[in-house]
Design a protein around this ligand. Structure first.
Ligand code: 13P
Ligand code: SF4
Length: 366
């Protein structure tokens, strides 16, 4: 199908927010059940309100697998639309309204570096016997395929501990990529001592480790991080607790180990939302995750007298997720109404088949 649209994105630029909103609603109504819009919790409000289903990465993966719609319009980032393509039926079409909506953390690991790490590990041990590769869902499809091929699995922020248990039941060690922090926090929750977790720097020979360090490690943590969550600091929590000793702190596990350790609760975006919504009226919360989520949640619970505050004094938005704006959503939907598919995400068949093995293992375990 053609990938160039007759409707020009540039012509939508000067449109007023109300006009864009109306155009999105009208195009959505015309498409009816043919299109489903999935929206991640970090999505800006002007886009979020048009999503049929909201969720964290695990929920949205499950939803992508169970939808019947011809078009799955993913208001999220690239790896999420890839997962939707892999888990949906072959005739369904996964769309990312702006192809530039990537994930900077996902880009910190690539197949060349992961394959090199596997070869280097083979100088010290037998990785296919001793190491389970575990990729965070925030990764390219070829890394999920690597895990599918090498007895590995995918995890998300909401199931990482269960997935690690699965992995350790099979092999003695885990190579966890690309998020060092989620790996460390999840390993720590399972009781793995910090000294048995080593950071694998993909830009150094042998990951910058000695053979003894590799043999001693139960978890090899890829040196990768989220640019948003790295902004949260223990000092932010300490200052806030001094001012609000009665308050609660909740963080996403992509935050640093110290931030997670000092938090009262740690969990996925869905977990953060559910925990605060279920909390007693009048409670006060400091939240370490992306700003759009925090602002929306603060609005939603304020009628119950709950106060929700953002952890960092700096603005920390997921700038790539933010690229999905109402203009792109209107353009995508109106193009579909005209019978043109724009920004389709297609994972090559062989890669998709292997990636699906690793994703299916995750869905079965979760
Ligand atoms: P969740 O799966 O918790 O929604 O996290 C996705 C993500 O990218 C957080 O930065
Ligand atoms: Fe990626 Fe961080 Fe954005 Fe999540 S918040 S999608 S990890 S860049």
């Amino acid at each position: 199908m053609a990938t160039t649209a007759a409707i020009s994105l540039d012509k939508l630029r000067p449109a007023k927010p109300e006009e864009l909103d109306a155009r999105i609603r009208a195009a959505k109504a015309k498409l009816g059940k043919r299109a489903i819009i999935l929206g991640h919790h970090y999505q800006r409000e002007e886009v979020y309100r048009h999503a049929d289903i909201h969720g964290d990465s695990l929920m949205l993966s499950r939803e992508a697998a169970r939808q019947d719609a011809e078009y799955i319009v993913f208001c999220g980032v690239h790896f999420m639309a890839e997962v939707a393509d892999i888990l949906s039926r072959p005739e369904q079409i996964s769309i990312l309204p702006d192809l530039a909506a990537g994930c900077s953390m996902a880009d910190m690991a690539d197949i060349v570096k992961v394959e090199r790490a596997w070869r280097e590990l083979a100088q010290v041990l037998d990785p296919d016997e001793q190491v389970t590769p575990v990729t965070y869902i925030n990764s390219a499809a070829d890394l999920k395929a690597f895990c599918g091929e090498h007895g590995g699995i995918v995890c998300t922020s909401s199931n990482a501990q269960k997935i690690l248990q699965w992995a350790f039941a099979r092999r003695e060690k885990v190579l966890f990529f690309p998020d060092e922090h989620l790996g460390r926090w999840s390993g720590h929750q399972l009781g793995i001592p910090l000294e048995e977790m080593a950071v694998w720097d993909p830009d150094l020979p042998l990951g910058g480790l000695t053979e003894a360090q590799i043999r001693n490690a139960r978890m090899l943590l890829w040196k990768g991080f989220c640019s948003v969550h790295q902004m949260f600091q223990p000092a932010h929590i300490e200052r806030w607790r001094a001012a609000h000793p009665e308050g609660f702190v909740i963080s996403h596990p992509e935050s640093s180990f110290e931030v997670c350790r000092q938090s009262d609760h740690v969990g996925s975006t869905e977990y953060i939302i559910k925990t605060i919504k279920a909390a007693a009226p009048g409670t006060r919360w400091l939240v370490g995750t992306e700003l759009n989520l925090v602002n929306r949640l603060a609005e939603e619970v304020k009628a119950e007298g709950k106060v929700v505050e953002f952890m960092s004094p700096m603005v920390c938005m997921c700038s790539t997720m933010f690229r999905i704006d109402p203009e792109h959503l209107a353009w995508t939907l109106e193009s579909l109404v005209e019978g043109r598919v724009v920004n389709q995400i297609t994972v090559p068949a062989e890669e998709a088949a292997l990636a699906k093995v690793a994703l299916q293992r995750m869905l079965d375990v979760s």
